[in-house]
Ligand binder design. Structure first.
Ligand code: IPM
Ligand code: MG
Length: 368
């Protein structure tokens, strides 16, 4: 049997430096757990634009289709703000999502005990929080046609289209129900069925899938604006939240902030099973490229490392090893390891990106 393969696309800003720590963790699994990956690396985003004039080269796209999983750092930065829309760094990321057909974006929002004080909400509202947002990732207003800017009666008009087919809603809903069964068995679906036909269809299809195959899962529906409000008011009422591409983009940032730091949150984007049974998959931290701190060794590598933990769990069926990595991170946080973004009210001296990698590797060693 050949080793499982990974394509690392570190990207821009803090992407390369946080990914450096992930590479050390991957190396650790090869050395200490006999879990060796064949690792390939390539460019995405602004880095790809600088080298090739496009945010994702066709060869890179082809490699992404072949490997067992893609690990992505971050894309974008001020140097690329004025580029034409078609070659902006974000287009590279969206192309990967679309062409790999990664329709189910899993964004956990978990509050680490050691960080409950860091949330902008009161500690008792977020302590123990553990929710999972399932965001549809390959359709909706991000990709719907018609789109563009044109002139009508001497006036510019901007157009984007929210469009969902039954099949697209159904497969996202199935992912959410399947996940819920492995968690607390509850799904709350969010749309705007009060103002959008696509929302009415969304609600109908979710109900149909539920009745047909997942009646054992507790299902509720919310308008997305109320959902945003409930997330801030009482986030622990949720287990799995199922929502579309645009609402999911917004609600997941909101959920992320509940946990105290965007630098902590991983994500998995999953598609259909490949010939080897593994799902098409890409893993990336929810945080962006953070150009303001890039290249200074200040970035928190935890979200990127937790994204690799999700890869262990969802691509490689190594749930126990994912648990081990997550426990190591919980341990270092409980012991007080803090990058700059985790400097709470009590202050202290932040450690560097590499030092965070060091202590996580020590905790992994200690777990053996
Ligand atoms: C995200 C990001 C992306 C999105 C951007 C970078 C295109 O905000 O992954 O949430 O809007 O989906
Ligand atoms: Mg976003």
């Amino acid at each position: 049997m050949s080793n499982p393969s990974l394509l690392i696309l570190a990207g821009d800003g803090i992407g390369p430096e946080v990914m450096e720590q992930v590479k050390r963790i991957i190396g650790w699994y090869g050395d200490k757990r006999d879990l060796t990956f064949d690792v390939f690396e390539d460019l995405v985003g602004g880095a790809a634009y600088d080298a090739h004039g496009v945010p994702l080269h066709d060869d890179t796209m082809a490699k992404a289709q072949k490997v067992d999983a893609v690990l992505l750092g971050a894309v974008g930065g001020p140097a690329y703000d004025d580029l034409d829309f078609s070659v902006k760094p974000e287009r590279g990321l969206l192309r990967l999502r679309k062409e790999m057909d990664l329709f189910a974006n899993l964004r956990p929002a978990q509050c680490f005990d050691a960080l409950a004080d860091f949330s902008s909400l009161k500690k008792d509202i977020v302590a123990g929080l553990d929710i999972m947002i399932v965001r549809e990732l390959t359709s909706g207003v991000y990709f719907g046609e018609p789109r563009g800017i044109h002139v009508e009666d001497n006036m510019r008009v901007g157009i984007n289209t929210q469009r969902y087919t039954e099949a697209e809603i159904e497969r996202a809903a199935r992912s959410a129900f399947e996940l819920a069964r492995r968690r607390n068995n509850k799904v709350c679906s969010m749309e705007k069925a009060n103002v959008m036909e696509s929302g009415i269809l969304w609600r109908d299809v979710v109900n149909e899938v539920h009745q047909a195959d997942y009646a054992d899962v507790e299902l509720s529906h919310m308008y997305a604006d109320n959902g945003a409000m409930q997330l801030v008011r009482a986030p622990k009422q949720f287990d799995v939240i199922l929502t579309d591409n645009l609402f999911g983009d917004i609600l997941s940032d909101c959920a992320a902030m509940l946990t105290g730091s965007l630098g902590m949150l991983p994500s998995a984007s999953l598609g259909l099973p490949m010939a080897n049974g593994r799902p098409k998959a890409m893993y990336e931290p929810v945080h962006g490229s953070a150009p303001d701190i890039a290249g200074q060794g200040k970035a928190n590598p935890i979200a990127c490392i937790l994204s690799f933990a999700m890869a262990l769990r969802y691509s490689f069926d190594e749930g126990a090893e994912a648990d081990r990595l997550e426990a190591a991170i919980e341990k270092v946080l409980a012991d007080g390891a803090r990058t700059g973004d985790l400097m709470g009210p009590e202050g202290g001296t932040p450690i560097s990106t590499t030092e965070m990698g060091d202590v996580i590797l020590e905790a992994l060693d200690a777990s053996l």
